[in-house]
Design a binder for this molecule. Structure first.
Ligand SMILES: NC(=O)c1ccc[n+]([C@@H]2O[C@H](COP(=O)([O-])OP(=O)(O)OC[C@H]3O[C@@H](n4cnc5c(N)ncnc54)[C@H](O)[C@@H]3O)[C@@H](O)[C@H]2O)c1
Length: 437
């Protein structure tokens, strides 16, 4: 099986299936197809499948014309029909791995997509999970489902591995194509073949590890590293406020050290589908062994309290103007979880708005990337534009995302008061109405 697959990889005869056409899956499908592999995208959302088949792009990191060209040349198609799994030789699973209502891993998407794949899995196929998850998922969950559903044997009839996705939406330098990738599979042959398949597509290094569990853990380490360091910086920000020191200035000074320090900045909390969620996958797994990941728990506690802390600071700013939070008009600027993207999953700004509303402030939001968002089942519509008059009509402008396509000069000149939780106005000289987190 190994030699045959390696041959098919080098002759580009491998047909690729990408399951889940979201932020991770669609860019991956496009890269595979661009590299000359016929690719089928699978999704349960008919709307996404329709858009892809019409050549319409809906993911920021994908170049519109790339998608349109690949669809036109039939290198990329999409379907909701999993029976086409039987036609592919390489399957990448890129479905969501969120948390449930009790902050525990929800692997129902991984399970159901794997079950759907298992019904049509054929001999000589490579299957790779790319969704972020706890160490052990590939061997303990995916392998038995695939073996039972297909009647095939892992390692003999099909290869199985894990290769974490490192997509960083909005990153202008590192995209799917040039970001190094880690691969860990069940058995040496599987690792070699799956790594070869990625090497045939990507420019970045493909780094092999000894098992799927190492690759799964490696991904969680990456995200936990960010989570814990952001927690540290946020905690020190709260202390610096008491000491009358700017944490931003402290971090900028520390990062002049050319080794041993990586800069992380304060903010209103964690956002996105990865950093706030993934460490919970590890703490959940750790509890199976009676082990407590105390660093993760502490940083989660700190980061989770940041929206509340930011509202407290906002309240103090209003207080200095002899205003109460109740009834004050507040404009929250930026609901995306980070700058220059349209993704608001887990965005701390949504919690900030929720708390402001609970305190009976009159809250609007503006985001040049997001016209409306859904939170806890409710739709929220943003204001469509900002100008000097609109800005002047609010008691407080609270900046919660550092979007680059906003006229901050105009805001500074017209706002009564500004609470900048992202230090995005750092270059503005007149600071009389600006307070920074
Ligand atoms: N978005 C990121 O920046 C990022 C970065 C690195 C890793 N990841 C990880 O990658 C995984 C996917 O994340 P994403 O951001 O692409 O999610 P997403 O929600 O954008 O996309 C997931 C897609 O999977 C589809 N889907 C759900 N169930 C399915 C099923 N049973 N069969 C087929 N398709 C199904 C959904 O309809 C959706 O289109 C997650 O585990 C995430 O943690 C995401």
């Amino acid at each position: 099986m190994k030699e045959e697959l390696l041959k098919k990889i080098s002759s580009k005869e491998i047909k690729v299936g990408v399951v889940g056409l979201g932020y991770v899956g669609l860019p991956l499908a496009v890269e595979k197809a661009k590299a000359g592999f016929k690719t089928i995208g699978f999704d349960v959302q008919e709307e996404k499948v329709r858009l892809v088949n019409e050549g319409h792009n809906y993911i920021g990191d994908v170049v519109d014309s790339d998608l349109a060209d690949l669809v036109r040349s039939r290198m990329l198609t999409a379907t909701t029909d999993f029976s086409f799994i039987k036609d592919v030789d390489f399957i990448a699973i890129c479905v969501p791995t969120p948390l449930d209502a009790h902050q525990q891993p929800d692997i129902s998407y991984v399970r159901s997509s794997t079950e759907a794949i298992s019904k049509y899995l054929t001999k000589g196929t490579m299957v790779v999970l790319e969704s972020t998850t706890y160490p052990g998922t590939t061997e303990e969950l995916i392998k038995p489902i695939l073996e039972e559903g297909s009647g095939l044997k892992c390692g003999e009839d099909f290869y199985l591995g894990f290769s974490p996705e490192r997509v960083d939406p909005g990153n202008l330098i590192y995209k799917t194509k040039n970001t190094p990738k880690v691969v860990g599979a069940i058995g040496k042959d599987a690792t070699e073949v799956i790594a070869a398949m990625y090497r045939a597509v990507l420019e970045g290094e493909v780094y092999e590890v000894s098992s799927p569990a190492v690759a799964e853990m490696e991904k969680i380490l990456e995200n936990t590293y960010r989570n814990v360091n952001i927690g540290l910086v946020n905690e020190l920000t709260m202390l610096c406020q008491k000491l009358g020191i700017s944490m931003w200035e402290v971090v900028d000074a520390a990062k002049t050290k050319p080794y041993g320090f990586q800069a992380f900045y304060p903010g209103p909390g964690l956002g996105g589908h990865c950093i706030p969620l993934d460490p919970y996958y590890l703490s959940w797994k750790a509890r199976e062994y009676g082990f407590h990941t105390s660093m993760i728990e502490s940083s989660m506690m700190i980061n989770d309290q940041m929206p509340e802390y930011c509202v407290e600071r906002a309240s103090k700013i209003l207080n200095r103007q002899m205003k109460s939070m109740k009834g004050s008009k507040i404009l929250v600027l930026g609901v995306a979880y980070k700058q220059d993207i349209d993704d608001y999953r887990e965005s701390p700004a949504l919690r900030v708005i929720e708390i402001l509303k609970r305190e009976e402030a009159e809250v609007d939001f503006y985001d040049p990337w997001i016209a409306e968002y859904k939170y806890k089942g409710e739709k929220n519509q943003g204001i469509k534009e900002i100008n000097s008059e609109i800005i002047a009509s609010y008691d407080l402008i609270m900046i919660t995302a550092a979007h680059s396509n906003v006229d901050y000069d105009m805001i500074q000149k017209n706002a009564v008061a500004i609470f900048d939780t992202k230090n995005v106005m750092k270059a503005i000289e007149n600071r009389e109405n600006i307070e920074v987190l």
